[in-house]
Design a protein around this ligand. Structure first.
Ligand SMILES: *[C@@H]1O[C@H](CO)[C@@H](O)[C@H](O)[C@H]1NC(C)=O
Ligand SMILES: *[C@@H]1O[C@H](CO)[C@@H](O)[C@H](O)[C@H]1NC(C)=O
Ligand SMILES: *[C@@H]1O[C@H](CO)[C@@H](O)[C@H](O)[C@H]1NC(C)=O
Ligand SMILES: *[C@@H]1O[C@H](CO)[C@@H](O)[C@H](O)[C@H]1NC(C)=O
Ligand SMILES: *[C@@H]1O[C@H](CO)[C@@H](O)[C@H](O)[C@H]1NC(C)=O
Ligand SMILES: *[C@@H]1O[C@H](CO)[C@@H](O)[C@H](O)[C@H]1NC(C)=O
Ligand SMILES: *[C@@H]1O[C@H](CO)[C@@H](O)[C@H](O)[C@H]1NC(C)=O
Ligand SMILES: *[C@@H]1O[C@H](CO)[C@@H](O)[C@H](O)[C@H]1NC(C)=O
Ligand SMILES: *[C@@H]1O[C@H](CO)[C@@H](O)[C@H](O)[C@H]1NC(C)=O
Ligand SMILES: *[C@@H]1O[C@H](CO)[C@@H](O)[C@H](O)[C@H]1NC(C)=O
Ligand SMILES: *[C@@H]1O[C@H](CO)[C@@H](O)[C@H](O)[C@H]1NC(C)=O
Length: 190
């Protein structure tokens, strides 16, 4: 499963980072969000899923889609409930949060300032498509408005979204999938 693979990469990175010299600019996705007051749910999720070393490193060039705590609270996917359950070590909740994070991460820097108008497709670390759209209405990802585009975090970029983007549940291996595994995440504004 993609999330377990990411955990392994994350563990490998910890080793790599410990032997790396300090980079000249140490701003990371993790440290940027930590420095802001209203991204505590995202930061806690990174910690609970042991993905901190993935998001707190200066070597990778990621794009991360961040939504504030209000957007988490407003999510019909009960993301804050999952966070509470994860704090009680409920493994399903931890898996949900891990999948949520990697579905909001692209393994390359995507800047709206460098995109042409229209829709450009990328693939998240959860191996789901993410459509970035730039038009006269503004910038959006999967139809989710970008409030603050192209914020640099070291080599990485953070796109601040209006709504929390929640991926579909992974297909089960024991029974026939009930939803297409390649379906895109939906913003749960409703
Ligand atoms: C995270 O790491 C801690 C300490 O190594 C471990 O106890 C915990 O089970 C890990 N959690 C996950 C989700 O891998
Ligand atoms: C994040 O990285 C910085 C330096 O790169 C380090 O000082 C800090 O302890 C790290 N934080 C965590 C939670 O790993
Ligand atoms: C990340 O970006 C930096 C600066 O643009 C570049 O020097 C580096 O090679 C990139 N690293 C990877 C792994 O692509
Ligand atoms: C949160 O949801 C409520 C009810 O759906 C809505 O009125 C409000 O505008 C939303 N707030 C944000 C910040 O999205
Ligand atoms: C949200 O999730 C929590 C923890 O799993 C649960 O206790 C709560 O009933 C859920 N709330 C809703 C409205 O589904
Ligand atoms: C969850 O697991 C961590 C690490 O294994 C442990 O330190 C913590 O006490 C556990 N929390 C609960 C509520 O069981
Ligand atoms: C990200 O892409 C680089 C190549 O650009 C690759 O070496 C690396 O394994 C990828 N990382 C993840 C977490 O997929
Ligand atoms: C711009 O793209 C968004 C997201 O796909 C869409 O909702 C909006 O209608 C588009 N605006 C125009 C003027 O085409
Ligand atoms: C480090 O990067 C951040 C954003 O990525 C930028 O705002 C800051 O000016 C940089 N600092 C230095 C010393 O280059
Ligand atoms: C959080 O983001 C919403 C839009 O999703 C915005 O309306 C709200 O003002 C933000 N809250 C804070 C505390 O910045
Ligand atoms: C993403 O954009 C491409 C090109 O416009 C389109 O073919 C595809 O259906 C879109 N995918 C989703 C999930 O919206």
């Amino acid at each position: 499963m993609a999330f377990n693979k990411i955990l392994l990469i994350s563990a490998w990175l910890s080793v790599l980072l410990s032997v790396s010299l300090a980079a000249s600019n140490t701003t990371t996705i993790y440290s940027l969000l930590q420095s802001r007051q209203d991204y505590t749910f995202t930061v806690q999720s990174m910690e609970l899923t042991n993905l901190t070393s993935l998001y707190n490193n200066t070597l990778l060039n990621f794009t991360f889609l961040a939504s504030n705590d209000t957007a988490w609270e407003n999510s019909s996917a009960n993301a804050t409930g999952a966070l509470s359950a994860a704090k009680q070590n409920v493994s399903g909740a931890i898996d949900f949060l891990g999948r949520l994070l990697v579905a909001n991460t692209v393994n390359q820097t995507v800047r709206f300032s460098s995109l042409s108008s229209g829709t450009t497709s990328f693939v998240s670390l959860a191996e789901l498509p993410l459509n970035f759209t730039k038009n006269s209405t503004g910038d959006s990802v999967e139809g989710d408005p970008v409030i603050s585009p192209d914020v640099a975090a070291g080599n990485s970029v953070v796109q601040f979204l209006e709504f929390l983007l929640v991926p579909p549940a992974p297909p089960t291996t024991t029974s026939a999938p009930t939803s297409a595994p390649t379906s895109a995440p939906t913003s749960v504004a409703a």
